[in-house]
Design a protein around this ligand. Structure first.
Ligand code: MG
Length: 376
C-alpha cells in the first residue's frame, strides 16, 4: 500500500442565515453552520471529516494547533493521532478521526461498512427531527404544517420538542400532533433537560394517550442518575438521553445504574469514530437500545448510519431489528451536502470506497463563511 502520510489539511467553514429562526427549550437557532475538513495524503488519497463548534474557534484550533501537528503523521496511526488531538480539542479530534478512517478505507478499496466488519442491515430507518418552536404565537400550527410535509415525504417516525413552553402549552401541542398524525407516525418527544422529576412525571398520563410513543428524551440533566432511574420505573415509555456525553465511560455510569432505556451518543460530541462505535456497542453489552443523536451535519450522519449498519440487531422483531437514526428536516442547506438515498424514511448507504460519496462542490462554494457573519 502507498504511504498514507498526511500532506495537507483544508478546512471548509460554512454558514447559512435562516429565513426564520426555530428552536427548542435551549433557545432559537438563527444560523446553521457546518465545518468540514479534507485531509490529503502524499499518495493523493483524501478523506473527509466534520466538526461542530463555533466556527472561529474551529478555524483557529486547526490553523494553530491541529494542522501543524497532523502534517507528516500517518493516517494509519489514527488512534494515537486522535488521542493527541483530543487533548487540545475533542470536537476537532472527532473530525480528524472521520477523515483518517475515510482515508484508510479508500486506500484499502473498502466501504466504511466493509472496513468495520460488514453491513448487517440493508437499509436504515431514520426519523424526522423537528425544532418545534418559532417566534410566533401560532407556533403549533407551524409545527403541524411541518410534520404534514414530513409525512408527505414518507417519514413514519418523528421527534418533536417539549420543555420550552409551559407544560399546558406543550401538552396541547402533543395532543394535536397525536390527533392529526398519531395513527400514521410514531412519535418521540425531546425536553432538552428542561424538567425536574415532578414535572417529568406529569407527562406519564399524557404519554398513555399516545400509543405510538417511541421515547421521552432528556427529561432531566444527565447527572441526575437517581432521578432517571426512578423515572424509568414510573413511565410507560422508554427514557432516552446522552447526546452530550463525551465518551463510553459516561454512558457506562447510566447503564450500570439501569437508569436509561435508549442511549443517544453523538459522533461529533465524542472524540471520534472509534469512541463513538464503542458507545454504540455498549448498548448491546447492556441489553438496551441506541438511537444516535445526529442533528448537526450530513457527513457525521453518514458515518453514524454506517456504524449503525454494522451493529448487531437489538431485537428479533421483524422490521424493528435496528433502531432509527435522527434526520434533520428543518431549513438547513447542509443536509444535502453529501447525497444519500432516502426513500419512505429508509436510507440506502453508498457502497463505494470510504464514505462512498463526495460533497456537493456548489454548496461548499455558495455557503463559505466570510469570517464575520454569525460571530455575534
Ligand atoms: Mg435531544
Amino acid at each position: 500500500m502507498a504511504p498514507l502520510q498526511i500532506e495537507r489539511i483544508d478546512t471548509f467553514p460554512l454558514l447559512h442565515k435562516l429565513t426564520k429562526a426555530y428552536g427548542d427549550a435551549n433557545g432559537y437557532k438563527r444560523y446553521r453552520t457546518c465545518f468540514l475538513i479534507r485531509i490529503t495524503t502524499k499518495s493523493g488519497v483524501q478523506g473527509w471529516g466534520e466538526c461542530i463548534d463555533w466556527l472561529p474557534a474551529l478555524e483557529q484550533v486547526f490553523q494553530y494547533r491541529i494542522t501543524p501537528y497532523l502534517l507528516g503523521k500517518k493516517a494509519t496511526d489514527r488512534l494515537t493521532v486522535v488521542k493527541e488531538a483530543s487533548r487540545w480539542n475533542k470536537r476537532a479530534a472527532a473530525g480528524v478521526s472521520m477523515a483518517l478512517t475515510d482515508i484508510v478505507a479508500k486506500a484499502a478499496g473498502l466501504s466504511l461498512c466493509n472496513l468495520w466488519g460488514g453491513q448487517q442491515h440493508e437499509r436504515l430507518p431514520v426519523y424526522a427531527s423537528f425544532q418545534s418552536y418559532i417566534e410566533d404565537e401560532h407556533w403549533m400550527d407551524g409545527s403541524l404544517d411541518l410534520i404534514g410535509k414530513a409525512l408527505d415525504r414518507g417519514f413514519a417516525m418523528i421527534k418533536v420538542k417539549i420543555g420550552g413552553r409551559t407544560f399546558e402549552e406543550d401538552r396541547r401541542h402533543l395532543a394535536a400532533v397525536n390527533k392529526t398524525f398519531g395513527d400514521k407516525m410514531k412519535i418521540a418527544v425531546d425536553a432538552n433537560q428542561s424538567y425536574d422529576l415532578a414535572t417529568a412525571l406529569r407527562w406519564e398520563q399524557e404519554f398513555a394517550k399516545v400509543p405510538q410513543m417511541m421515547w421521552f428524551e432528556e427529561p432531566l440533566p444527565p447527572n441526575f442518575v437517581k432521578e432517571y432511574k426512578l423515572l424509568r420505573t414510573k413511565m410507560c415509555v422508554p427514557i432516552a438521553g446522552g447526546e452530550n456525553q463525551q465518551g463510553a465511560e459516561l454512558f457506562a455510569a447510566l447503564l450500570q445504574d439501569q437508569a436509561i432505556d435508549i442511549i443517544q451518543p453523538d459522533i461529533m460530541h465524542e472524540s471520534g469514530v472509534d469512541t463513538f462505535r464503542h458507545s454504540l456497542m455498549l448498548s448491546r453489552t447492556f441489553g438496551v437500545r441506541v438511537s444516535p443523536h445526529t442533528f448537526d451535519g450530513a457527513l457525521s450522519r453518514l458515518f453514524t448510519l454506517c456504524a449503525m449498519a454494522c451493529l448487531p440487531p437489538w431485537s428479533k422483531m421483524k422490521g424493528e431489528a435496528i433502531e432509527p437514526v435522527e434526520w434533520d428536516v428543518m431549513e438547513n442547506p447542509f443536509t444535502e451536502l453529501f447525497p444519500i438515498t432516502l426513500h419512505n424514511g429508509m436510507v440506502t448507504l453508498p457502497d463505494g470506497p470510504g464514505i462512498g460519496v463526495e460533497p456537493d462542490g456548489e454548496i461548499l462554494k455558495r455557503y463559505r463563511w466570510d469570517g464575520l457573519q454569525g460571530c455575534d
